[in-house]
Design a binder for this molecule. Structure first.
Ligand code: CIR
Length: 253
């Protein structure tokens, strides 16, 4: 069960953030509406929401997930792998100090984005991507193993972040797309197969009694419902334009 989430309001500079997509420039007012709906959905899931104000200096800082990796016992402050985002961790560490007494850090030359980390029970999968390098992945694996968790490093072939293409719903059930469908590291799990045209919905989040999914992905939704989960659907167009998904917009713990 999650008790807390941290979210951060998108600033006006959000529309100038990083992206690899060709979906167009986000509409700020619409992004704010979608973000507000996201916060309401989290509240419906029963978590307490820490809502951080916007920071215009960091256009991508609404994607708080990338700044930390959290377990019940300790927080790992990441080292975001792109220069314009590297300064985002300071505010998050200060915020996390209200909840955590124990901190670890990913340090240069290691880089790591939280979006590359998938937790499956006591096992963390750590993607190597354009943002998370081998050194950062190795540092996190060492930290996790020193604390009694398992860590497996997964070099990515196509996805932007590991969690762009895979989510864990609990009960040994994953939602997977693209390169993760036949990936040897994930063969041991029950799998919801996301069809290519619904790939964006592979990034969904189980929060207590609900699975929050992006709106408009009927096949993924049907399979998640069939697996016994109640879903909440959210319009995510303005975050998809900046390569962001549902998981990216919060830290859940
Ligand atoms: C970036 O390029 O960093 C942002 N525009 C998107 C970050 C998405 N975060 C995530 O997948 N965890």
């Amino acid at each position: 069960m999650y008790k807390n989430v941290i979210v951060k309001k998108p600033g006006k500079s959000y529309v100038k953030g990083l992206t690899t997509s060709d979906l167009g420039t986000p509409i700020y007012e619409k992004a704010l509406e979608q973000h507000a709906a996201y916060v309401e959905a989290l509240k419906k899931c029963g978590v307490s929401v820490t809502y951080l104000p916007a920071n215009e200096d960091f256009p991508d800082s609404t994607f708080v997930e990338d700044t930390a990796v959290l377990t019940p016992e300790f927080a790992v402050i990441s080292n975001p792998g792109t220069a314009s985002r590297n300064g985002e961790t300071g505010e998050i560490e200060t915020t996390l100090q209200k909840f955590y007494g124990k901190f670890h850090y990913i340090k240069m030359p290691g880089t790591l984005d939280g979006g590359d980390i998938l937790q499956v029970e006591d096992h963390f999968y750590i993607g190597i991507s354009d943002r998370t390098n081998e050194e950062g992945a190795r540092q996190l694996k060492d930290i996790l193993e020193s604390e009694g968790y398992k860590g497996t490093i997964v070099p990515l072939k196509e996805f932007f972040h590991l969690k762009t293409g895979i989510s864990y719903l609990g009960k040994e059930l994953i939602v997977a797309a693209g390169e993760f469908l036949d990936h040897p590291e994930f063969q041991q799990y029950e799998k919801i197969t996301v069809p290519p045209e619904e790939q964006y919905s592979a990034n969904c989040i189980r929060v207590n009694d609900y699975v929050i999914i992006p709106k408009g992905y009927e096949e993924t939704k049907r399979q998640i419902n069939n697996a016994g989960f109640e879903t909440i659907e959210l319009e995510m167009s303005e975050f998809q334009k900046q390569d962001g998904g549902l998981s990216c917009l919060s830290l859940r713990f």
